[in-house]
Ligand binder design. Structure first.
Ligand SMILES: Cc1cc2nc3c(=O)[nH]c(=O)nc-3n(C[C@H](O)[C@H](O)[C@H](O)COP(=O)(O)O)c2cc1C
Length: 147
């Protein structure tokens, strides 16, 4: 069974919603999922999972939230299979700063899969983007395990 750790940071709930959508799609695939809200207690050990998915909102002119930086520091190493998603708002600096934190985290972890970037809430028309991206994660995970 594929084991995936989903870690996300969320203040007003958008990133949490995306995390939960990803979780329910992966559960349907019979993947074993642990959902962890960053800053909510002991960090699960990523080495116990086949892949880690990290979700973050973006703050303050394209910044990564402090709790996400702390999380990355606490993890202390770069797990091999990391997938990243983020929520943001183009009103805060247009395309240049949109979901910059997700881009930075994906780059830091050398993620081989493009980060998912969602404008605010994933509900409605963007839901399909979350599902499509998660299908790609499923493919990548199965590929990693076969290798
Ligand atoms: C003060 C402030 C600054 C923000 N700066 C950015 C930004 O630079 N880039 C971006 O894409 N979104 C920015 N946002 C939008 C949030 O990232 C967006 O609302 C996100 O969905 C919040 O996630 P959450 O509901 O999970 O907390 C900012 C929001 C606030 C309130």
């Amino acid at each position: 069974m594929v084991r995936i750790l989903i870690c996300y940071a969320s203040l007003s709930g958008n990133t949490k919603e995306v995390a939960e959508m990803i979780q329910s799609r992966l559960v349907r695939e019979h993947f074993q999922i642990e959902l962890y809200r960053i800053d909510s207690g002991m960090i699960p050990d990523p080495s116990q999972y086949d892949a880690m998915i990290v979700g973050t909102y973006t703050w303050d002119k394209g910044s990564t939230p402090e709790e996400v930086k702390d999380f990355v520091y606490e993890i202390g190493y770069k797990p091999p299979n990391v997938f990243v998603f983020g929520t943001g708002d183009t009103q805060f600096g247009g395309d240049l700063l949109f979901c910059r934190a997700a881009e930075k985290i994906a780059k830091f972890y050398n993620s081989r899969y493009k980060p998912l970037k969602i404008e605010q809430s994933p509900r409605g028309s963007q839901e399909v983007r979350v599902i499509d991206w998660t299908e790609g994660v499923i493919e990548q995970c199965l590929h990693c395990l076969i290798k």
